[in-house]
Design a protein around this ligand. Structure first.
Ligand code: GRF
Length: 224
């Protein structure tokens, strides 16, 4: 039995590609030596018709759907329409991968414990946008990315795992974005692997790893 993933995107979809590759659904899996995860992407939903991630999904033979938020009077109507599309794919886990819309509490509650997001900072630092510049402005020695369960509080749900890098003196927002992105492409498949193995789950809003509460986020370098 493989874990059924529905991935929500708004743009390039490089994280989607990393997940497809890790699941053995990519055209050229990045790491030929690793066996594919016991997970598969069963649908990709975008709120933008021009998202390149849709092309990636189509190339992998994955069903796609586009719902424009502009066609709905309010967030609740848009989120309900998304729920209908997503649920038709019967996901075990809904994966936000660069999905640039704020979700209603109704949507988040509907997928409670099976909705995850990747964010380009070491949460709880730098929630929201412009994370790379804000890490530089704050003089952070470390920066990175986090995968977390989604709650109604934006970027505020319990963090599952992080990958960190050292900020170098010559880094700018562009170099940090590229370096963090590369970490994201390892971190998201790792977390999905733990979910697929049944090691990671969420109960009553609390992440559990191997049955024990996850009191501090997993660090990719320590667990990979
Ligand atoms: C990533 O930086 C992710 O952390 C953020 O949106 C970006 C998506 O990139 N949530 P991509 O579309 O997967 O390339």
């Amino acid at each position: 039995m493989s874990l059924r993933l529905v991935v929500l995107i708004s743009g390039s979809g490089s994280n989607l590609q990393a997940i497809l590759d890790a699941c053995g659904q990519g055209q050229s899996p990045s790491d030929q030596s690793a066996p594919p995860l016991a997970a598969r992407v069963v649908g990709v939903l975008s709120n933008r018709a021009d998202a390149f991630g849709l092309t990636r999904a189509a190339s992998a033979g994955i069903p796609t759907a586009v719902l424009s938020h502009r066609d709905y009077a309010d967030r609740a109507g848009f989120d309900e329409a998304m729920t209908r599309v997503i649920d038709a794919w019967q996901p075990d886990v809904v994966v936000l991968a660069g999905f640039m819309r704020i979700l209603t509490a109704g949507f988040v509650d509907h997928y409670a414990g099976r909705l995850i997001n990747i964010h380009p900072s070491l949460l709880p630092r730098h929630k929201g946008v412009d994370t790379h510049q804000r890490a530089l402005d704050a003089g952070d020695a470390e920066h990175g990315c986090s995968v977390h369960y989604v709650t109604p509080e934006l970027d505020g749900g319990p963090v599952i795992a992080q990958a960190a890098l050292r900020v170098e003196a010559d880094d700018d927002a562009g170099t940090l974005a590229r370096r963090v992105h590369a970490l994201e492409h390892r971190l998201y498949p790792a977390v999905i692997g733990w979910l697929a193995e049944g090691r990671l789950r969420c109960e009553a809003g609390e992440p559990l790893l191997d049955g024990a509460p996850l009191t501090t986020p997993l660090q990719l370098h320590a667990t990979a």
